[in-house]
Design a protein around this ligand. Structure first.
Ligand SMILES: [Mg+2]
Length: 361
């Protein structure tokens, strides 16, 4: 097994997010038991607790608990309604900060995200450095703390961020993944709920170490194909990719001619310079592409787009130029051009592994 810092994932989770946002806006609430949720109506409210501060947790209050029960446990707590608009605004600002550190980024919920930090972190020291920087930056800008888990994969990073809440930092080194997981209860694995936990318990499997060593055939008899991913994760094997929902989908440039024109040389020279612009942006953002598109607008504003998809990904400028020239052919001499554009789509982020492979060729 490879025990190097090739893949480094940070899981970042805000601490009691809604409660933290409220008390950062109203410092007089700091240190008080704070319950965000529906109106407790002096104990007769019928809603649930959305989030509560760590001070409220000391009274036994937790998320999803009936608000009436929370009121009985601590009638003196400060009860506040959910201010979704405010939390979303704060979340957006925090996510922008987190994203700026990451090679790749996946927001999981309003207060949680995965950051691929593989190109920046190469050992325990750099992991600590970046995690601390991120934590400090969030405190400085929004006045709220977060917990960070660092691991070679998403699942272990998520388990790690939960390991030392609030304001925690848990770094699981590549060589330590199995040891870190082994003593933890199986329910720490996301996806293992009460029911699965119960069945595992009947099989004498209580901690993740026991799950890691369990017979796969016996597990499959009980859980079907889920057994495979359960056992892999218990063994610290986790290859799920980050899903960047706001990832760049295309890069394009266009140019409107000063005067409508059907001058072939002029059109071609503008087309080539657009190709170069697109190519430059693509290199800077570290993408490969598979599809080249062009856009043509004639003087009467009729607009056409054409695309050409390659059987492979590349970042080659000549390929962009050739594809756009080929696609442009059918429009030459048709009418006077007002605007042309060039774009690339089906983008793929260059990851370090790919770069390494090319390095050896
Ligand atoms: Mg949270």
């Amino acid at each position: 097994m490879i025990h190097s810092w090739n893949n480094v994932i940070f899981h970042i989770d805000m601490d009691s997010f809604f409660a933290s946002v409220e008390s950062s806006k109203r410092p007089e609430l700091k240190g008080l038991p704070l319950v965000i949720g529906s109106d407790p109506k002096s104990g007769s409210g019928r809603g649930v607790v959305s989030t509560c501060s760590y001070e409220a947790r000391r009274f036994g209050i937790h998320s999803a608990m009936p608000i009436s029960k929370a009121y009985r446990l601590c009638p003196d707590a400060v009860f506040l309604p959910v201010n979704s608009k405010l939390y979303k605004e704060v979340s957006d600002r925090i996510m922008r900060i987190l994203r700026s550190y990451a090679d790749r980024f996946e927001q999981v919920s309003i207060d949680e995200a995965y950051l691929d930090m593989s190109s920046k972190v190469c050992d325990h020291t750099t992991a600590t450095k970046f995690a601390t920087q991120i934590k400090n930056k969030v405190v400085e800008t929004e006045g709220i703390t977060c917990s960070v888990g660092v691991a070679p994969g998403k699942t272990v990073a998520k388990i790690a961020s939960d390991h030392d809440k609030p304001n925690g930092l848990t770094i699981v080194q590549p060589t330590e993944v199995k040891q870190f997981l082994a003593p933890l209860p199986v329910a720490k694995i996301p996806g293992i709920g009460k029911k699965t936990e119960q069945i595992l318990k009947q099989m004498q499997i209580k901690d993740i170490g026991e799950l890691a060593d369990a017979d796969i055939q016996i597990l499959m008899n009980k859980f079907g194909k889920h057994a495979i991913s359960m056992k892999s994760i218990a063994n610290g094997i986790d290859v799920r990719e980050l899903k960047d929902k706001t990832e760049v989908k295309s890069i394009s440039k266009e140019d409107t001619f000063d005067f409508d024109t059907n001058d072939v040389d002029k059109i071609d020279s503008v087309l080539m310079s657009l190709c170069e612009d697109v190519h430059r942006t693509m290199l800077r953002k570290q993408f490969l592409f598979r599809t080249v598109t062009i856009k043509v607008r004639f003087k009467d504003f009729t607009t056409y787009t054409r695309a050409s998809t390659l059987p492979f990904t590349t970042n080659d400028l000549e390929t962009i130029k050739k594809c756009s020239r080929d696609l442009m052919q059918e429009f030459i001499d048709k009418d006077e051009f007002r605007l042309i554009g060039v774009g690339i789509t089906k983008l793929e982020k260059i990851d370090r592994k790919q770069t390494l492979i090319t390095d050896f060729i």
